[in-house]
Design a protein around this ligand. Structure first.
Ligand SMILES: [Zn+2]
Ligand SMILES: [Zn+2]
Length: 110
């Protein structure tokens, strides 16, 4: 999470769900603020987002691809429906990036 308070605190923060948005409090300076825009899809403004692990893929020699890590991304249930289906079909494997180099689908998860 890339949340930071105006005082610079990034760790001593707590969030509480309230009326569909997140109320954050900073334990360092006592600031309380609402964070809801980040929890909405930038395309359709829906808040129906799912966080999924996305594989970090590096291309090795030839056509070999290797998963070197995973990061968490948010996908919209309507705009990213296809990507979400792809993820759920392949669970518990992380979602593969859409801009993979040319590799046959059946070779992706080796
Ligand atoms: Zn603070
Ligand atoms: Zn959307």
């Amino acid at each position: 999470m890339d949340i930071a308070c105006v005082c610079g605190e990034t760790d001593a923060l707590s969030g509480e769900s309230r009326n569909g948005s997140i109320e954050l409090s900073c334990h360092s300076c006592g600031r309380v603020w609402i964070r809801d825009e980040a929890a909405r899809c930038p395309r359709c403004a829906e808040s129906d987002l799912q966080t999924v692990p996305l594989a970090i893929v590096e291309k090795g020699r030839g056509t070999q691809l290797s998963v070197v890590g995973v990061r968490v991304i948010s996908l919209c249930s309507s705009c990213d429906e296809d990507r979400l289906r792809e993820y759920h079909d392949n669970r518990p494997n992380p979602l593969m990036p859409s801009e993979l180099p040319t590799v046959a689908p059946e070779d992706r998860l080796k």
